[in-house]
Design a protein around this ligand. Structure first.
Ligand code: ATP
Ligand code: MG
Length: 451
């Protein structure tokens, strides 16, 4: 394991603790990532100073988790979580420790942590590393291993099994056998974990290089059936035609293939869930071939429920569900210009790129073969032409607004909504109508119909 340098800001913070006779360690993911030769995302510190003492040491400290001995220190543009060494006891609900006891020793603090790779402490300012559970060796061997007895550790906190598979896909590590074997028995505890904590892990899985690694481990251990049963039941749902995979493998391949960079992972999540309606809609046609009519609607409805259950924010749910609902478009060169415009309006200009990406991932995952370079190009070209030509494709692009209509004596409320939509439709059919004067004229006429 190579040498690593300790950031000057960390050294500065350490010197403040030390000047006041306190110990301070870098702990958790930051040490793990340093040892792997990666930049740490955020810094967690452990100290023997009590929370009120830390508050006194720094000018800007927020008591973010003071019940658990954690405060957040803001220092030179960074924010660090600083936690007093502690042990925990009594996880009676399988969610959070009931009691926190401060301890004098960093080793005890490390023993409450989940995996050996996360239970290494780096004394600041300069080491040497404290590694009571051989986490360094496990990082070298790329192994995720529970600290102590995995069954006991998972019984304390049912999120840990999910963290194990999440780390596996984030870092490309293997989950050690006894640790993996302990997961099925812990499912009853995992069931009690709050949906928000589950969602955070799911989001991290979806942002990892190869989410399918985590999902396949989840399937093997029963986590998938417990947390995402809609996906678990896609196993062995065979498809026909060009498809080479069952619905689950197809979904996982699509998910891996989708771009991973947008923040809430809209495309990846949509790719994962886009076909979960298939088991419910599968019917053999007269020729004996499987069909899945309207599966995109069922997938959308099931995804809405699933994401709501996991407490995704409404705007994110809407974004994902919309992509799923629209994923089955079939472009033909015979589409009229009006048809292209209606496609743009239905999808929404701002969602077009995401929908193209979803379709690319979906098509790739049908066979696992690279797509032709001009895949979707005919449609994209038409869409871009139409966009360049006509600027009025959503209400906010119209040259008239609600205010203009009020000036005509149209009252705010449903009639105004109908009139605005009618104006938009008119412009879609005939872009030449897209001037303020012409549209106000039309509105004047419509006013009589919708008083
Ligand atoms: P990342 O920040 O990439 O998610 P991390 O390892 O830093 O990874 P955090 O959730 O930030 O994870 O937690 C920091 C540290 O706290 C972990 O490294 C681990 O030592 C400990 N920890 C976090 N969650 C748990 C848990 N559920 N059970 C036991 N220890 C935990
Ligand atoms: Mg962290």
């Amino acid at each position: 394991m190579g040498k690593f340098t300790i950031h000057p800001i960390l050294q500065e913070i350490a010197s403040i603790f030390i000047r006041h006779g306190k110990q301070v360690f870098l702990v958790g993911g930051a040490v793990r990532d340093l040892l792997r030769g990666h930049q740490a995302k955020d810094w967690d510190l452990a100290t023997d100073a009590l929370p009120y003492e830390v508050i006194a040491l720094f000018p800007r400290v927020i008591p973010t988790g003071i019940k658990h001995g954690t405060v957040t220190v803001h220092f030179k543009g960074r924010s660090l979580e600083v936690t007093t060494y502690r042990t925990e006891s009594g996880y009676h609900d399988g969610r959070r420790p009931d009691q926190v006891t401060y301890t004098a020793r960093i080793e005890e603090d490390l023993s409450r942590r989940d995996f050996t790779m996360n239970a290494i402490a780096l004394p600041l300012p300069r080491g040497p590393l404290v590694d009571p559970f051989n986490g360094i060796a496990d990082i070298k061997g790329k192994i995720i291993r529970a600290v102590g007895n995995p069954q006991e550790r998972f019984a304390e906190d049912g999120l840990r099994p999910l963290r194990a598979v999440r780390f596996a896909s984030q870092m490309g590590f293997e989950v050690e056998e006894a640790t993996l074997d302990a997961i099925p028995q812990a499912l009853g505890t995992t069931e009690k974990v709050s949906p928000e904590r589950i969602r955070d892990e799911l989001e991290k899985i979806l942002a990892s290089p190869q989410p399918s690694r985590a999902f396949l481990l989840m399937e093997k251990t029963g986590l998938l059936e417990l947390l995402l049963p809609e996906l678990a039941c896609c196993r062995n749902i065979e498809q026909k035609g060009f498809h080479r995979f069952d619905v689950l493998d197809h979904s996982l391949l699509a998910c891996d293939a989708a771009a991973r960079d947008q923040a809430p992972g809209l495309v990846r999540t949509a790719a994962l869930l886009h076909d979960i309606g298939k088991p419910l809609t599968r019917v053999r046609d007269a020729a004996g071939v499987w069909t899945f009519y309207q599966h995109e609607q069922v997938s959308a409805a099931l995804s809405q429920d699933l994401l709501t259950r996991l407490r995704y924010p409404n705007a994110v749910i809407e974004g994902i569900v919309h992509l799923i609902r629209e994923h089955m478009f079939h472009y033909e060169p015979t589409w009229s210009e009006g048809a292209v415009r209606r496609f743009i309006i239905r999808v929404g200009k701002e969602n077009l790129d995401n929908l193209y990406q979803l379709r690319r991932a979906d098509a790739y995952a049908t066979t696992g073969q690279e797509l032709p370079r001009d895949f979707l190009l005919p449609l994209i070209t038409r869409v871009d032409e139409v966009l360049a030509k006509s600027r009025a494709l959503s209400l906010k692009d119209l040259p008239v607004s609600g205010k203009d209509l009020i000036a005509l004596g149209i009252k705010p409320g449903p009639p105004m909504g109908i009139i605005l939509s009618a104006l938009l439709e008119a412009v879609v059919e005939d872009p030449a109508l897209n001037t303020k004067e012409k549209l106000l004229n039309i509105a004047e006429n419509l006013k009589e119909q919708y008083p």
